[in-house]
Design a protein around this ligand. Structure first.
Ligand code: NAG
Ligand code: NAG
Ligand code: NAG
Length: 284
């Protein structure tokens, strides 16, 4: 199988679960900061069991890992980049706490029957990096629940600048050559930053920071790493604190922990697309 990569940009799809260290040629492995300080999703904490019932692990073949979010009882939203290589089988794991423990109670493993990649996915700048995995059956379990999408009135014209942004994943915990992926789901809190500020930080990579992207602040030194692509970014909505989905993790530049913002698909711009393919109603 082939793992897509763009020079210097880290596509956050984890290729080869069994030898993550093979990936180290993709970037300069010298950490800028103490690797201990970046030893999580990175910079996150362990999620509690069933704390985030929408979180999905997407296992592509036996070799690759992505994150995803259950958005309806039959649909998981992930990144387009996770679905572009054809794998013999895609298994969606729901209700996961310890990813390594296939037999843990509460876990449901479902073989995907159909995948949908956004028609306008742009492999040059990673615009429209979203896709949907359809499940052959409706998932019903007390510990597995879809995440809410923002209402149109909340999403429309909202840049989400300065909103809290929570990320999740089982991806690598650092860019150190010895890095391992996490058994236990990791989660970290950050903040959405202004796209113009994000462009200033990205310098050479400005062409990637289009209005279709959502950027997260990385000054708190937490962020996404290899294996976290496709994972959800949620924010608590102001009226009741309930999490709503605002982003899908796409990529970052440089090694994990280098203070480069995580860049995500700005989901508020795709509500109709998600509603249509995931068969979910978007509130006004
Ligand atoms: C996760 O499960 C694996 C396999 O059962 C086990 O070896 C490992 O210790 C578990 N990890 C944690 C943190 O409990
Ligand atoms: C976000 O926070 C920054 C720094 O506090 C502030 O300058 C900016 O106006 C805020 N943006 C919005 C949209 O509230
Ligand atoms: C970013 O902030 C500037 C002002 O500092 C504002 O003009 C611009 O609209 C903001 N951009 C976005 C995408 O929110």
């Amino acid at each position: 199988m082939r793992c897509n990569s763009i020079a210097f940009l880290i596509i956050l799809l984890l290729c080869n679960l069994n030898s993550a260290s093979k990936l180290r040629g993709v970037w300069n492995p010298e950490p800028k900061r103490d690797p201990q300080a970046t030893d999580r999703i990175y910079g996150g904490v362990e999620a509690g069991r069933d704390e985030f019932p929408f979180m999905a692990a997407v296992i592509l073949g036996e070799v690759a890992l992505c994150g995803g979010a259950l958005v309806s009882s039959t649909s998981v939203l992930t990144s387009a980049q996770c679905l572009l290589t054809s794998f013999e089988v895609i298994n969606v794991h729901l209700g996961v706490h310890n990813l390594t423990d296939d037999t843990e109670t509460g876990r449901i493993i479902i073989k995907a029957t159909r995948t949908i990649v956004h028609e306008q996915f742009n492999s040059l700048n990673l615009d429209n990096d979203i896709g949907i995995i359809k499940l052959p059956m409706s998932v019903e379990a007390s510990n597995i629940l879809p995440v809410a999408l923002p209402s149109r009135s909340f999403a429309e014209g909202n840049s989400f600048e300065n909103y809290t942004a929570r990320i999740f994943g089982w991806g690598l915990r650092s860019s150190a050559p010895s890095a391992i992926f996490s058994d236990i789901l990791q989660t970290a809190e950050s903040m959405v930053i202004n796209n113009t500020v994000c462009e200033d930080i990205y310098e050479l990579f400005v062409p990637y920071v289009t209005p279709l992207k959502l950027c997260l602040d990385n000054s708190g030194l937490s962020g996404a790493c290899i294996g976290d692509a496709g994972g959800p970014i949620v924010t608590p909505r102001p009226e009741d604190g309930k999490f709503v989905l605002i982003g899908t993790i796409s990529f970052s530049a440089g090694p994990c922990g280098y203070e480069m913002p995580v860049i995500a698909a700005r989901l508020s711009l795709y509500l109709d697309w998600i509603g249509f393919y995931a068969d979910v109603a978007i509130d006004d």
